[in-house]
Design a protein around this ligand. Structure first.
Ligand SMILES: O=C(O)c1ccccc1N[C@@H]1O[C@H](COP(=O)(O)O)[C@@H](O)[C@H]1O
Length: 212
């Protein structure tokens, strides 16, 4: 089965073209001021309108309030919302109900207990994104290039689709897929030449290696 790839933190129309050429299934647009991949609503709208049909457009937000989500969803044609903060299951349910879009909840994994906590969201989120936990004092809750022990996912079954994320690169994604059994993977910093600077060559290599 083909591994579906989400390329996250794109910031230009050129990045969208490169993601489509590479064979990505999803692209991620980051709405978080502190991220080097943050995009304005205007930029995100022009990128989303530029994306070919079939390339799913995901808006990534961190503990966003309704006013922020209202602005994003009113302006940008989207296929999914990614909640990458400390949103509770009730908040996930409220976002789903208010916007009528599929919601992917990101969860930090560092132990078996975290895997069990992530399972609590499988009844409410449409997808889960299993990421590394940020280091203490880290500014960003994701996009830090940190991996977790993929063996923590061994033998786990999920009732909703999930993506593996955290520190994935063209060099380790094949092993990560083998080890975790992931059918979907997500990457941000591992396809960059500098924070926020995506590389078309690394995008293509990542998608190829994810399926190798
Ligand atoms: O990419 C970001 O800047 C970002 C900011 C805030 C929250 C999440 C963010 N990225 C997400 O984190 C995962 C893992 O990133 P990385 O591959 O380890 O750099 C990424 O796939 C995004 O979904």
């Amino acid at each position: 089965m083909k591994v579906r790839v989400k390329l996250c933190g794109l910031t230009t129309q050129g990045d969208i073209d490169a993601a489509a050429t590479a064979g990505a299934a999803y692209i991620g647009l980051v709405f978080f001021d502190k991220s080097p991949r943050n995009v304005s609503i205007e930029t995100a709208r022009s990128m989303a309108l530029h994306a070919p049909i079939g390339l799913a457009k995901v808006a990534l937000v961190v503990n966003a309030d309704d006013a922020t989500l209202d602005r994003i969803t009113a302006s940008i044609p989207l296929d999914m919302l990614q909640l990458h903060g400390s949103e509770t299951p009730d908040r996930v349910a409220a976002v789903k109900a208010r916007y009528g879009l599929p919601v992917m909840k990101a969860l930090g994994i560092a132990s078996r207990a975290d895997v069990a906590s992530a399972q609590l969201y499988s009844g409410v989120a449409d997808q889960l994104l299993l990421d590394a936990k940020p280091a203490e004092g880290e500014t960003l809750p994701g996009g830090n290039g940190l991996s977790f022990d993929w063996r923590l996912l061994e033998g786990e079954s999920w009732s909703v689709p999930w993506m593996l994320a955290g520190g994935l690169t063209p060099d380790n994604v094949a092993e990560a897929v083998r080890c975790s059994g992931a059918q979907q993977v997500d990457v941000s910093s591992g396809i960059e030449t500098a924070p926020g600077q995506k590389s078309a060559a690394l995008m293509a290599k990542f998608v190829t290696e994810a399926n190798s």
